[in-house]
Design a protein around this ligand. Structure first.
Ligand SMILES: [Zn+2]
Length: 499
């Protein structure tokens, strides 16, 4: 069979400071760069990426794939109209030019908002559907942070979402989507579908699946799948996209409509019953640093998650609140990273290894409550930002982060900061080893990440504290100024609805 394969991934925080333009997809921001046609399969091969898993499964089953376009960019504010129309347009026009195909697989995120569209994936799926008509199955894999919409459900024959956060199962989810697509082609008729939404939002730190209630709910999902012969997904959503359909959903597909409905209703009820458990303790920077200084030790660092400036949720990785707290309290054996500040990284390279100078670190995005941090720092190590990740989440991702540097504070010599020039969330230990820091030997690791870091850092951590310092990726969705969200949603677990 001939299966068309494309991908267009963006997680949109409509409250974030920077938009995703075409160049953001060309560079990829930690993902492979925007790629077209036959180049897609070799470019993605071996990486923990949904399309890589899908293509691998399709080829292993003896089918041919037709590459359309594949692109992803760092989470940020809206995708520009230009980027959406060029990349979405390439997927659709290449599909039209490909001639007859037996099925279409798309590697999507599910929380894309464009300048001119609330629901990027719903629109893209609808355009794809118009090309192939009603008979050719269209299946998408989605991120666990998808905000699943009615348009997405209507235009696709099947969707499956990641089941892990940290997303260690991205490639596996692509494989699952490919299997569903082949199943649909063999059946020659659609699967029954059911979708149920929930009426509360939860911050992303508590969506983690290595802690409760996520761990238990995804275990239940797999049990219900077996009991009811249904492929189930639970997407807790991306609670930073201000449009009516933002939020959590449970959905399923299967041969028998009644069983699909029972499975989806049971999982939805379990999520609803767990609402209170999605609340999470968040630390002020000073409190987090104080606790970490007491409890962290070389060999068992305390890991501080600077969640609100997470580049994986729309932050630019340049706020200084947590770094300031580490320096003011003169923490020892503490490293913060990655602070995304290209001018300072450039300056470090001019100063040279071993040199000392005054730096004005971060504060570039002018987030309310944040400012650049000025002080004398010594340049301990310089690097070119080219390395390959090794942790469970980013395994095989080839990073090109531009100039990188390790600086040591003169005011607080126990505090070091890792600078990079292109944004990516600090979720892999190689990002620190690249500048000579072995994370395990520190007392405190302060990471600009919300949850993904847990895959690689939780095994070496004494404990993890989620910290609320300035940034655009608010840990408590009730703090956003929602204007377009539907009105009957509680803005945090057991919290208020929008006024
Ligand atoms: Zn995600």
């Amino acid at each position: 069979m001939r299966i068309a394969v494309g991908g267009f991934q963006h997680e949109t925080n409509t409250f974030a400071p920077t938009r995703a333009d075409y160049a953001a997809f060309e560079s990829g921001g930690g993902w492979p760069p925007l790629t077209f046609g036959d180049a897609i399969a070799p470019r993605l091969e071996g990486a923990n990426i949904p399309a890589a898993g899908a293509i691998g499964a399709l080829h292993a089953a003896g089918h041919a794939t037709v590459g359309l376009a594949w692109g992803a960019a760092s989470p940020s504010a809206q995708v520009t109209k230009d980027a959406f129309e060029r990349i979405g347009g390439a997927i659709v026009s290449r599909l039209a030019d490909a001639g007859p195909v037996d099925g279409v697989y798309l590697d999507l995120h599910g929380a894309m908002v464009a300048d001119h569209l609330d629901d990027g994936e719903g629109e893209l799926l609808a355009r794809v559907r118009r090309v192939v008509g009603p008979q050719v199955p269209v299946v998408a894999s989605l991120d666990l942070h998808a905000n699943v919409t009615r348009a997405m459900v209507a235009a696709s024959d099947g969707m499956v979402a990641y089941r892990t956060y940290p997303h260690v199962d991205m490639a596996e989810t692509g494989t699952r989507a490919a299997r569903m697509l082949l199943d649909l082609i063999r059946r020659g008729k659609p699967l029954a579908k059911s979708v149920r939404t929930l009426d509360f939002l939860t911050g992303i730190p508590s969506q983690c699946t290595t802690i409760e209630p996520g761990r238990r709910l995804y275990a239940l999902l797999e049990r219900l799948e077996r009991e009811h012969d249904t492929v189930l997904s639970f997407t807790p959503g991306f609670p930073m996209a201000d449009f009516p359909e933002c939020g959590m959903a449970v959905f399923g597909m299967g041969a028998e409509e009644a069983r699909v409905q029972v499975a989806v209703a049971a999982l939805r009820q379990a999520v609803a019953d767990a609402e209170g458990e999605f609340r999470m303790e968040l630390y002020a920077p000073d409190d987090a640093v104080r606790r970490a200084m007491k409890r962290g030790a070389p060999g068992a660092p305390v890991v501080l998650a600077d969640t609100q400036d997470n580049p994986g949720a729309g932050g630019n990785g340049d706020t200084t609140g947590l770094l300031r707290a580490l320096i003011e309290q003169k923490a020892n054996d503490a490293v913060l990273g990655l602070l995304i500040d290209a001018p300072s990284a450039q300056r470090a390279h001019e100063v040279g290894q071993g040199g000392t100078s005054v730096f004005n670190l971060g504060g570039i995005s002018k987030i309310p409550g944040d400012a650049p941090l000025s002080g004398e720092f010594t340049v301990e190590k310089l690097a070119d930002g080219r390395f390959t990740c090794t942790g469970p989440m980013f395994k095989g991702f080839r990073m090109t982060l531009g100039n990188m540097a390790l600086l040591r504070s003169r005011a607080a010599p126990g505090v070091r900061v890792v600078l990079a020039s292109r944004k990516v969330q600090a979720a892999d230990q190689e990002m620190f080893r690249h500048v000579g820091v072995e994370p395990r030997t520190q007392r405190i690791m302060a990471l600009k990440s919300s949850v993904h870091f847990r895959a690689d850092f939780e095994p070496i951590a004494k404990e993890v504290l989620v910290v609320k310092s300035p940034g655009p990726a608010l840990a408590d969705p009730a703090e956003f100024k929602w204007t377009r969200l539907r009105k009957d949603v509680r803005l945090r677990p057991l919290g208020p609805v929008r006024a």
